[in-house]
Design a protein around this ligand. Structure first.
Ligand code: AMP
Ligand code: ZN
Length: 469
């Protein structure tokens, strides 16, 4: 098996990857808080995790992937109250949207999507263990906190200096800055503001903190110690730091061997985020006529540890790059039924591409190297086809090679009808109705209008299909 190397946030160093069990990987990735549509900054993170998973699969690993759905926290409760909907109904619509979006982006679904609200007993059991060990305590406000004074190993991921810690100070909010490191909430006592969202526990009515859910659910599905845990860099503190503390304190063993974090998707130099309001959801971008494949191309294109600036120019560039791929694939398909020529040359090209593609990905997911290998391959194939020295079996072999690379990239198949804005689709339907009504003048006028806006209508046996010119 090829040796893979990943930059481990725990050691701040590239490390050779050695799974606990030969050939198998347990992977946990922090999932969405389902109170709204995920934005493409969130999807940058899920896309990096998809690239990681597809790379592990490419190298022959068997991956067990768990991603949680945070369906109870301050944001989901507030959102459901504002929408005057029960919490489960409110979050369900965003769970559904999330699954639809990942399909559009060709992200391979996780094997298990545990929801926080389905795992309250597991969380209570974990808190109970921390309580029995004297590491968790119930404060005057009836909430249960993790005592960082009782856990000297606190701060491994962020290398927090113990002198900075405010021993005995408590913080109830799930999100806080490194400067305010303090005892954090495991179980939040019921507050009237939570409405009807509450569960019984040995410490009274309440609800779990955010961090405990990932410790409880990863332990349940992947074991006390597992291979990999990922998220965005903003999750490193406090979320992942607190996960490590809870899990290692309760289980008495190492929690995760490799921590991988991706850098942010930025807009004009600032992190794309809901709170700054500088975000685009996937729907926003699809409505502008871009496809899931084009968005995927932009999001996987930069190395995961480098911040990536989002722009519509990048999406336009993606379209051009993908057209080059589509064009070479079409040419190869056309030549694949012709007489055989250039087999030995193509074999050598594939060997060179295989090596560069694999070596690049094996080195901490060096996507630029992997894509450079693909574009060198395209250039060499085009040259050979221009010279009339590539057809039949050679073309078939090249197509097979693309299929293999595409198990990682997932960009070679064009989107069916994705990316057609609703107005354009409506015009196409109006044209169809006009034609049925024999109003050919109107039908023609619409065709011209669509043409001017960059769309063509193809009449297929299943009816008209709108495509970008
Ligand atoms: P949230 O729903 O806010 O918990 O975020 C879900 C995931 O998206 C987390 O792993 C975050 O680190 C990640 N994330 C949020 N904003 C961005 C961004 N602008 N760029 C990359 N990842 C992000
Ligand atoms: Zn998490």
């Amino acid at each position: 098996m090829t040796q893979l190397t990943f930059y481990n946030s725990l050691s701040h160093w590239p490390e050779e990857f050695k799974p606990i069990e030969e050939g198998k990987v347990g992977l946990y990735t922090c999932g969405p808080t389902v109170y709204n549509f995920a934005h493409i900054g969130n999807f940058r993170c899920y896309m990096f995790e998809d690239l990681l998973k597809r790379t592990l699969l490419y190298f022959g690993y068997n991956v067990k992937h768990v991603m949680n759905l945070t369906d109870v926290d301050d944001k989901t409760i507030r959102g459901s109250q504002a929408a005057k909907m029960p919490l489960t109904e409110f979050t369900q619509q965003y769970k559904d949207a999330f699954f639809k979006d990942i399909a559009t982006l060709r992200i391979i679904p996780a094997d298990i999507y545990p929801a926080a609200t389905d795992h309250i007993p597991e969380m209570i059991a974990l808190i109970q263990r921390l309580f029995d060990l004297g590491i968790a305590y119930q404060a005057e406000d009836k909430s249960v906190y993790f005592s960082i004074a009782k856990w000297p190993k606190y701060g491994q991921l962020m290398k927090i200096d113990r002198d900075q810690m405010r021993v005995g100070v408590r913080i109830k909010m799930d999100e806080y800055a490194k400067e305010s490191v303090a005892d954090f909430a495991l179980w939040k006592a019921y507050d009237e503001a939570d409405g009807d969202v509450a569960w019984d526990s040995p410490w009274g009515k309440g609800r779990p903190g955010w961090h405990i859910e990932c410790s409880a659910m990863s332990g349940k599905y992947l074991g006390k110690t597992f291979d990999m845990h990922c998220g965005g860099i903003d999750n490193m503190f406090p979320h992942h730091e607190d996960e490590i503390a809870q899990s290692e304190a309760a289980n008495g063993c190492k929690f995760v061997n490799y921590w991988l974090h991706c850098a942010h998707l930025m807009v004009d130099g600032q992190k794309m985020s809901k709170s700054l309001g500088n975000f685009f959801t996937l729907r926003d971008i699809l409505a502008k006529g871009y496809s899931g494949r084009e968005i995927r191309w932009v999001l996987i294109g930069a190395h995961y540890r480098q911040s990536l600036n989002f722009s519509f120019k990048a999406l336009d560039d993606a379209r051009v790059a993908l057209q080059r791929i589509d064009a070479v694939l079409l040419r190869l398909k056309e030549l694949s039924t012709a007489a055989d020529a250039g087999e030995a040359e193509v074999k050598a090209m594939i060997e060179a591409t295989d090596a560069k593609f694999a070596d690049s990905l094996a080195e901490d997911l060096n996507i630029s190297g992997a894509l450079a290998a693909i574009f060198d391959f395209i250039r060499d194939l085009n040259r050979a086809m221009d010279a009339g020295n590539l057809s039949g079996k050679a073309a078939q072999a090249a197509l097979k090679a693309f299929e293999h690379y595409d198990t990682v990239l997932a960009v070679c198949q064009p989107d069916a009808d994705a990316g057609v804005p609703a107005e354009v689709q409506a015009l196409a339907e109006e044209r169809q109705a006009a034609r049925k009504a024999k109003n050919y003048a109107r039908a023609d006028e619409i065709r011209k209008q669509l043409d001017a806006e960059g769309w063509v209508i193809e009449d297929t046996p299943k009816g008209p299909r709108v495509k970008r010119k």
